[in-house]
Ligand binder design. Structure first.
Ligand code: 7TS
Length: 409
């Protein structure tokens, strides 16, 4: 599929915003959805809406087959060794909180260490702060290098035999930095720690192989990869999931319930309390089919090209500060920046008046903003449906904004 064919699969892109054709450059916040995903949701609610894993009626069986079929698709997508290791939950945030509480409370003690980095999203910081507070463990940060990358030397120095959990993002949602997760996992394991990977910005854009990474947990969100909101995945190694306690208790997740004691279902259902996110999971399966049809390698290459093109066009603009690695091969498909003399929110507002959607703010990464010594930034993020023409319009919008603000002040 070429980019024009891909674009035709995303009906939302075919509209005008403020009198201009929409240029959507905010896919790191949430991606748009292909027709096949929208149709899958429609088919479910029109054709076989039903609860799963209970009863024998035809609609229920169909829904159960499709729900468990989606789990198999996720298993293949990330190369998990079994469907028992694939747990559906609301998204990355819920998945990381589940590990912090379900694994952390039982396995982290006073004097232990939890290691993260300065480039984490809040959802990979706060669950660990809370765990550290509850257990008396120390929370430690691997420092960043000048260009926003991690050095393995710093990682080696920060992780010690007292470290019980290392939690890091695979791709930064602000800097675009791609972290060497396989190598960091090795260092974590050498020190007897487990490795938790925030894959929210990785799974949509690059081929993930959890067995090759050898990480212990991997979390990602469906809505950033063409799927609906409200569905995500926690991958965990079976031996760890088996010793981990659920954090939600109720229907669906039980084997036997007595008056005072209950037992849990086997994996993966022990972590899926309550009626699951049935339509969301089935539609995530459709999103995976779509991404695989285009090809993850092709998507990654396309985004690298767009990022390189954007960096090339933006760098010469006077007063432009671009954050993160300079080498486009070392970064994912997003560019975070500031324009001298223009607040990022003003910039985003002017661009919106031209139909161009970008994000401005702290990007749920306040510690990183502190490290960058700014209160907020602007960010353009790209996905498989974006084109060089989108970037040309965005750069023209930047120049227009610059002109506008230099006239005003
Ligand atoms: N981790 C990273 C690296 C993220 O980028 C995000 C969301 C999350 C975790 C949380 O995912 P959720 O689906 O549970 O919310 N990032 C962004 C963003 O960059 N702009 O809006 C949301």
């Amino acid at each position: 599929m070429n980019v024009n064919e891909i674009r035709r699969q995303f009906p939302i892109l075919d509209q005008e915003v403020n009198g201009h054709p929409l240029v959507y450059l905010d896919s790191a916040a949430t991606s748009q959805k292909p027709l096949s995903v929208i149709q899958t949701l429609d088919e479910y609610y029109r054709g076989y809406n039903s609860n799963v894993h209970r009863g024998v009626h035809t609609l229920g069986t169909r829904a159960t087959d499709r729900y468990e079929g989606a789990r198999e698709k996720v298993q293949r997508f990330i190369n998990a060794s079994s469907t028992e290791e694939v747990i559906f939950m609301r998204g990355t945030t819920t998945a990381i909180n589940t590990v912090a509480q379900g694994y952390g409370r039982e396995n982290v003690r006073e004097g232990d260490e939890i290691v993260i980095t300065h480039m984490e999203h809040h959802s990979n910081i706060i669950p660990w702060q809370q765990l550290a507070k509850a257990t008396g463990a120390a929370l430690k940060y691997v420092p960043l290098q000048e260009d926003g990358t991690l050095s393995l030397e710093d990682v080696r120095e920060t992780i010690t035999p007292n470290t019980k959990i290392v939690a890091m993002t695979m791709v930064s949602n602000v800097l675009g930095t791609m972290n060497p997760i396989k190598e960091i996992t090795e260092i974590a394991h050498e020190n007897g720690a487990i490795m938790v990977v925030d894959g929210a910005q990785a799974a949509p854009h690059t081929k993930v192989d959890v067995q090759a990474l050898n990480c212990d947990f991997f979390a990602f969100s469906g809505h950033k990869m063409g799927g609906p909101t409200g569905i995500g995945v926690l991958y965990g190694k079976k031996n760890l999931l088996n010793i981990m306690e659920p954090i939600e208790f109720g229907g669906e997740m039980i084997d036997f319930v007595g008056l005072y004691e209950s037992t849990w279902k086997e994996l993966p259902w022990k972590f899926e309390g309550g009626t699951p996110i049935i339509a969301g999971a089935i539609a995530l399966g459709a999103a995976i089919d779509f991404l695989e049809e285009v090809g993850l390698d092709a998507i990654e290459e396309h985004e690298h090209q767009l990022a390189a093109y954007a960096l090339d066009k933006m760098a010469p603009i006077e007063g432009m500060t671009i954050y993160g690695p300079k080498d486009p091969q070392k970064r994912a498909g997003l560019v975070t920046f500031n324009m001298e003399g223009v607040h990022p929110h003003d910039l985003a507002t002017v661009l919106d008046s031209e139909g161009i959607a970008i994000r401005a703010g702290h990007h749920c990464a306040q510690p990183l903003m502190k490290w960058l010594n700014v209160s907020s930034t602007a960010r353009a993020s790209f996905y498989l449906y974006n084109t060089e023409e989108d970037i040309d319009k965005f750069v023209a919008g930047l120049l227009k904004t610059k002109e506008y603000f230099s006239d005003v002040f």
